[in-house]
Design a protein around this ligand. Structure first.
Ligand code: FES
Length: 157
């Protein structure tokens, strides 16, 4: 199956799509060039004394490739330790889809960026900070004045 076919199959049945009400962490990135955003929620638990990702979910607008990668990534993250998750790069997260075409590489980078943002250690209240502006939806955030004026947060990888 080609990468395109795998992307189509993934977006026909995306996994773990939607806000996670009981998340422990959330990360968001936006790309002003294509106008897309990806948000990822993580729920942690503990196993053998290590913090692991119990569940992950995402929201994404616009781009099918980002949705497909996020769907794969949120499945892949289940059971990974935080340290293992930090090691993952966009090429790892998109691997099940096959090599992405050059113009779509940034779509995978967006998913990696949302994951890294969610795993940042330097935030006080990650969920509240990321969701306080707009009733907690990515669409709400995209309609915020800061987003419309191009002051979108971009995480460089
Ligand atoms: Fe921008 Fe896919 S085209 S995230």
């Amino acid at each position: 199956m080609s990468t395109d076919d795998k992307i189509q199959a993934a977006i026909a049945n995306p996994q773990n799509m939607g806000e996670m009400a009981d998340a422990d962490a959330v990360g968001t990135v936006g790309n002003p060039e294509c106008g897309d955003m990806v948000r990822m929620w993580l729920k942690f638990s503990e196993k053998d004394g290590k913090k692991i990702i119990d569940r992950a979910s995402f929201q994404s607008f616009g781009c099918q490739t980002a949705i497909a990668v996020a769907s794969m990534a949120t499945e892949m993250l289940k059971g990974k330790t935080v340290a293992e998750a930090r090691e993952l790069q966009s090429s790892d997260l998109s691997k099940p889809l096959g090599p992405l075409p050059p113009m779509k590489l940034h779509c995978g980078d967006m998913v990696e960026g949302a994951l890294r943002d969610a795993l940042r250690e330097d935030r006080e209240s990650p969920v509240a900070a990321a969701t306080s502006t707009s009733g907690n939806t990515l669409l709400g955030d995209m309609n915020q004045p800061a987003m419309k004026s191009g002051k979108l947060k971009v995480v460089k990888i």
